[in-house]
Ligand binder design. Structure first.
Ligand SMILES: *[C@@H]1O[C@H](CO)[C@@H](O)[C@H](O)[C@H]1NC(C)=O
Ligand SMILES: *[C@@H]1O[C@H](CO)[C@@H](O)[C@H](O)[C@H]1NC(C)=O
Ligand SMILES: *[C@@H]1O[C@H](CO)[C@@H](O)[C@H](O)[C@H]1NC(C)=O
Ligand SMILES: *[C@@H]1O[C@H](CO)[C@@H](O)[C@H](O)[C@H]1NC(C)=O
Length: 182
């Protein structure tokens, strides 16, 4: 992770967005794909979206970690769609147990900040048993930065004991709405 480059990109996004940013935006999930590669360590019971209104889509997630895990790495990537999903802004593999002990990365904090209040995963390692995210929806008021309009994919690959266990791939749309509605 070249943090200087990352900061430049963030600053660029900020500059290009600040002039037309408006609270009336669309920020919602469009798709989720969850897949376990090792059913003897992680099983999904539920990983689904539910649209409750045109601009509000709930994400529900229920999975079980069958054996305690103390060594969790996450390979996180954000893609932006432009004739196929292109790598965009971020590609990082980080030690999740260390992060939870000592949060130290602003972009991870932003993603985590969006959903932690909807989940039971706000604690330190080890992790075992049910992992729940309930009725999570995207809220611009929890986004410290405006984003450029686009379709995005956040891919999180969960690595236990150095081996890939499962993927959670979440697509979402962010639309700056320049004409404020009601
Ligand atoms: C999740 O997205 C990544 C990046 O596009 C891809 O390599 C991986 O196969 C996807 N996983 C699933 C389960 O679709
Ligand atoms: C699958 O999970 C078991 C724990 O139930 C673990 O011992 C094993 O190493 C895992 N296999 C892979 C390929 O990750
Ligand atoms: C998660 O799934 C398990 C297994 O199907 C079920 O027993 C449990 O009640 C579910 N938890 C929630 C919060 O939906
Ligand atoms: C997460 O856990 C920390 C420490 O236990 C607590 O201070 C914080 O309020 C929790 N945050 C949420 C959103 O539950």
């Amino acid at each position: 992770m070249q943090s200087k480059q990352f900061l430049c990109v963030l600053f660029g996004i900020f500059l290009t967005s600040i002039f037309d940013y408006n609270d009336a935006v669309v920020f919602k999930f469009t798709n989720v794909v969850c897949e376990s590669y090792n059913q003897s360590w992680f099983v999904f019971h539920n990983c689904r979206l539910k649209a409750v209104s045109r601009n509000k889509v709930l994400f529900n997630f229920n999975g079980t970690i069958l054996h305690p895990v103390n060594d969790i790495y996450i390979h996180g990537r954000i893609f932006k769609r432009a004739t196929g999903y292109r790598p965009w802004l971020y590609d990082v593999t980080f030690d999740a147990c260390q992060y939870l002990r000592k949060p130290n990365n602003p972009l991870i904090a932003m993603v985590y900040g969006l959903f932690k209040q909807y989940s039971n995963i706000n604690h330190t390692c080890p992790y075992v048993g049910p992992q729940i995210i309930k009725d999570f929806y995207l809220r611009t008021d929890l986004m410290p930065l405006p984003w450029p309009t686009g379709d995005y994919l956040l891919s999180l690959q969960w690595i236990f004991d150095k081996k890939l266990q499962f993927d959670t791939n979440v697509s979402f749309v962010f639309v700056e709405d320049l004409i404020k509605k009601n």
